[in-house]
Design a protein around this ligand. Structure first.
Ligand SMILES: CC(=O)N[C@H](C=O)[C@@H](O)[C@H](O)[C@H](O)CO
Ligand SMILES: CC(=O)C(=O)O
Length: 295
């Protein structure tokens, strides 16, 4: 089958209620990040993004602690429209990636863009979504933090999806008063980021390894580093295995589907769905993992 034969994929709103219950009850996950990388936010129309944001906020009411809506786009008017919409529906936070067609080349250009978005939602906590492997915008976050609160009064923190733990460490070292949150987004090395002071995590794998990752966080807090390491080694073993097979958002959806039993659907072009061979191998690998204490 050619990729062009794939049917136009529509969003499936009714499944979100089931998804919320699954995250809370089965994965012990009570915070969600909507329309980001895993949700293919950048492949959705503005109308679709608004519908999804509304459904998550509505279904998450009384069940979820925080619903953060990603409102980044390639152009300011759309980011601003999505920010106003997120504020109007009562989102717990908004996040924005760096625009990545015409890219900001320095910290001042990036902050100017982010500021124009944040100002549209003046009561809503604002997060910068740092994901250089996808945006190609490598401006160091540590630099961005200087004077940020004066420019973006709602600045609350960073979703930090990069392997540069020196940059993360410098951010945390600057955050003496603890006013900002650093949510780490490279799931296979979360434990390293926690050791340097990350406050939490946002990542694709918590959709299906949330329970185990929460046990890792608990072990780290105790502290029982040996137990925390066991969890990280095992999640890392799974990710290393699937990364070798070719792992991205399409494959993540397939894994989420077989673990949760909830139909996450295929991705939208230019992504194409995972092969049945990938699914069989990934499932066998995940089933073979023996978690500490049977958990
Ligand atoms: C590039 C990407 O998708 N990053 C995700 C979050 O930002 C991560 O959650 C990864 O999917 C995960 O760490 C697996 O590599
Ligand atoms: C993985 C993640 O954090 C996102 O979907 O943006």
């Amino acid at each position: 089958m050619l990729p062009s034969d794939v049917k136009q994929i529509k969003i499936n709103l009714p499944v979100i209620r089931q998804y919320v219950d699954y995250l809370v009850n089965e994965q012990n996950v009570k915070n969600v990040f909507v329309n980001g990388t895993t949700g293919e936010g950048l492949s959705l129309s503005i109308q679709e993004r608004k519908q999804l944001a509304e459904e998550w906020v509505c279904q998450g009411k009384d069940k979820l602690d925080h619903v953060i809506i990603h409102v980044g786009a390639l152009n300011l008017p759309e980011c601003q429209e999505l920010a106003r919409h997120a504020a109007a529906i009562g989102a717990g936070g908004i996040a924005v990636i760096a625009p990545f067609f015409f890219k900001p080349t320095n910290k001042d250009e990036l902050v100017a863009f982010l500021q124009k978005v944040a100002l549209e939602a003046p009561e809503v906590p604002f997060y910068y979504y740092h994901i250089p492997p996808l945006t190609g915008v490598k401006i160091r976050v540590e630099e961005l933090l200087d004077g940020i609160k004066a420019q973006i009064p709602t600045f609350q923190g960073v979703k930090f999806s990069d392997t540069d733990l020196l940059d993360l460490a410098q951010c945390i070292n600057k955050n003496e008063t603890g006013e900002f949150e650093f949510l780490y987004g490279v799931d296979e090395q979360l434990l390293g980021a926690l050791a340097i002071g990350a406050n939490g995590a946002v990542g694709s794998t918590y959709n299906y390894l949330g329970r185990q990752t929460n046990l890792m966080l608990q072990a780290f807090a105790k502290p029982d580093f040996a137990l925390a390491q066991q969890y990280q080694f095992l999640t890392g073993e799974f990710l290393s295995f699937v990364i070798k097979l070719g792992f991205g958002v399409a494959q993540t959806k397939a894994v989420m589907t077989f673990v949760s039993g909830i139909p996450m659907g295929p991705p939208r072009l230019p992504l194409v769905g995972a092969s049945s061979e990938f699914i069989a191998k990934a499932k066998a690998k995940l089933d073979s993992i023996v978690w500490p204490n049977g958990n």
